[in-house]
Design a protein around this ligand. Structure first.
Ligand SMILES: [Zn+2]
Length: 65
């Protein structure tokens, strides 16, 4: 069985919001949500080799039905 873990030496990626560096602790998975330490934006990992980040969709859209 092959585990779907990605090994990559890249442990930082650029925040699309503020261009700051977001650090990863060794490995990450596509679809993971991380928070930018600089601007606090929630970012979704859209690719892992190399790591790419996009702003995560806001989850507060069920206000007012
Ligand atoms: Zn940022």
């Amino acid at each position: 069985m092959f585990a779907q873990t990605i090994s990559t030496s890249q442990t930082t990626a650029e925040c699309p919001e503020c261009a700051g560096s977001v650090n990863f602790s060794g490995k990450t998975m596509k679809g993971e949500i991380v928070t930018c330490p600089d601007c606090g934006a929630e970012l979704e990992v859209t690719a892992v080799n190399p790591i790419a980040l996009e702003l995560a969709p806001k989850e507060e859209e069920d206000w007012g039905e």
